[in-house]
Write a protein that binds this ligand. Structure first.
Ligand code: AMP
Length: 516
């Protein structure tokens, strides 16, 4: 309002805000090299589309996990995929995917979504959340019929799915493509680091389910290539991450974009393994008031199929200890998490020099390099992947045997997600974390809580550090299972003793990684 139309005479403050708002409206294109990368064409044969790994020995134990659904009038859970009311083509794709029976988040999530209810679902890492939302959405789109895919400059998807990282949204897209195989529903994916023109061409060929990272999604909407007025489903995967300080403004812009139906007129579905209570409260802004909260197991809890161990280290001994660990425990597919991009390059180079075939993934690598790194890790060409938090959430890579926290993260949610890259779908896995008392003390109490909730041994030195260190005040870890729907009040406490800190930590990670 202060702008008088004369750029040369306006104050620096006005100029800055003018610049920022113009930038937001895409009047100024960001400078820097134009992204021209086009990912390789995906194989179209059924064997590649339906390739999957086997469920593990603990898959049936999922049935024993405590489930709590809170909110009014939840629908009855299903026990089998037959009860899910899927059409013939979806039944076929489910069976070709090797799914014999639903996991708990699917048993409860599928009927809730099919009944048209909004949902905030919390289930442990690797327990089938993606199919829990994709199957009922695809089923409903098939039942109601969608516009046949045809070329148009403007496409209007019926479902929009968002996730925080390029690799994760691509994985969700591949799952959607798999389940929708042979049907009239066409999923498309958009994410940063890839040629926008290429993605717009893909959209214009038809788009019923649009999967995207927030930045690129807002970009294609801003360019008028995607209209939101037909959106019936809005899905936030890794929802707590999508609503933390890093992404919240983008999510608000998305739901406030022209044409986007109000929350009363769309179904909003949120999935994650962790839900700090402050984020849950904020999430309510996006959901209808009668949303259901589904908790499978302990909210924010670690997957109990992952054996967690801790090694006390000093800052300068870590590198050699990592090498020893890899040499003694074997180098079957191992993910090594570090805190910074520079550290990722440094450790990957060190391991390569020590003849350990290693690759790395982080936000400073080109998208082509990130995809190549994941491909080399998946294929086993490089059995060790050094990663920053950009690879902590959601990635479903077969046979990851081992996660090493070379640097512990600075918030407990991140720890839960990182170790969840192993021990997926009923398989067992191992996580070893280097604990440096000089820098990791603040995480000790949350780690003790996580370990005891996952019925794992707590090293006495870790307990000492948790309950004798500064700020601990001798508080004992909470040991009982608690449903953690924040609407139930503080007694529903989750395991995030340091959840207050988790937002700022997530913000740091966001700045660090350039997520989109
Ligand atoms: P998600 O948690 O969605 O990443 O799924 C973890 C892994 O479990 C993926 O490889 C899925 O394909 C697989 N999966 C999900 N649901 C089932 C099921 N009902 N039966 C067998 N495998 C499943």
């Amino acid at each position: 309002s202060e702008f008088n139309g004369n750029v040369s005479s306006c104050s620096p403050a006005v100029w800055t805000s003018l610049f920022q708002s113009c930038h937001k409206e895409f009047l100024f294109q960001p400078t820097g090299p134009r992204v021209t990368y086009i990912p390789p064409t995906l194989p179209e044969d059924e064997d590649s589309i339906f390739a999957h790994y086997e469920t593990g020995i603990n898959f049936d134990k999922y049935d024993d996990i405590l489930v709590d659904v809170s909110g009014a009038n939840p629908p009855q859970a299903i026990m089998t995929f037959d009860e899910a009311g899927l059409c013939e083509s979806l039944r076929k794709t489910v069976s070709k995917s090797g799914y014999v029976k639903p996991t708990p988040v699917q048993k409860h999530g599928i009927p809730i979504i099919s009944a048209g209810r909004d949902l905030m679902a919390c289930a442990q890492t690797g327990s089938g959340k993606t199919a829990a939302f994709l199957l009922p959405i695809l089923q409903q789109l098939m039942a109601d019929g969608v516009a046949a895919s045809s070329f148009s400059e403007l496409q209007e998807p019926e479902a929009v799915i968002v996730a925080p990282t390029r690799e994760l949204i691509n994985q969700i897209y591949l799952e959607a493509r798999k389940f929708a195989f042979g049907t009239c529903v066409r999923p498309v994916v958009v994410y940063g680091g890839v040629s926008t023109g290429h993605q717009i061409r893909e959209i214009s060929r038809g788009c019923n389910v649009l999967c995207g990272t927030p930045g690129r999604l807002l970009d294609v909407i801003g360019r008028g290539k995607v209209g939101l007025s037909k959106v019936r489903y809005f899905v936030l995967d890794e929802a707590d991450r999508m609503l933390d300080m890093g992404f919240e403004p983008d999510m608000r812009r998305l739901v406030g974009s022209p044409g986007m139906p109000s929350k009363e007129n769309r179904q909003t579905l949120m999935f994650s393994a962790t839900y700090p209570e402050d984020i849950q409260r904020m999430a309510a802004d996006f959901l209808k008031t009668d949303y259901l909260f589904l908790a499978v197991g302990v909210v924010g809890g670690a997957c109990s199929d992952v054996e967690q161990t801790f090694v006390q280290v000093t800052k300068f001994s870590k590198r050699e200890q990592l090498l020893d660990l890899l040499k003694t425990t074997g180098m079957e597919r191992t993910m090594v998490f570090v805190e910074t991009k520079r550290q990722a390059d440094f450790i990957a180079t060190y391991l390569c020099q020590e003849k350990v075939p290693t690759t790395s993934i982080h936000g400073d690598r080109e998208q082509r390099e990130r995809e190549q790194a994941l491909a080399d890790f998946r294929s086993g060409k490089c059995p060790v992947l050094v990663a920053t938090s950009v690879a902590a959430r959601g990635l479903d890579i077969p046979d990851v045997q081992h996660v090493v926290n070379f640097d512990l993260p600075n918030n407990i949610d991140e720890y839960v997600h990182r170790i969840g890259r192993t021990g997926r779908c009923g398989n067992t896995g191992r996580a070893v974390s280097f604990f440096d008392p000089d820098s990791d003390d603040q995480l000790a109490r949350s780690l003790v809580t996580i370990l005891s909730k996952a019925q794992q041994e707590v090293p006495s030195w870790l307990e000492d550090s948790a309950f004798s260190g500064p700020g601990s005040m001798g508080v004992a870890p909470r040991k009982t299972f608690a449903s953690s729907d924040s609407r139930k009040g503080p007694q529903g406490g989750s395991v995030q003793d340091d959840s207050v800190q988790s937002q700022s930590a997530a913000q740091t990670a966001h700045d660090e990684e350039e997520w989109d």
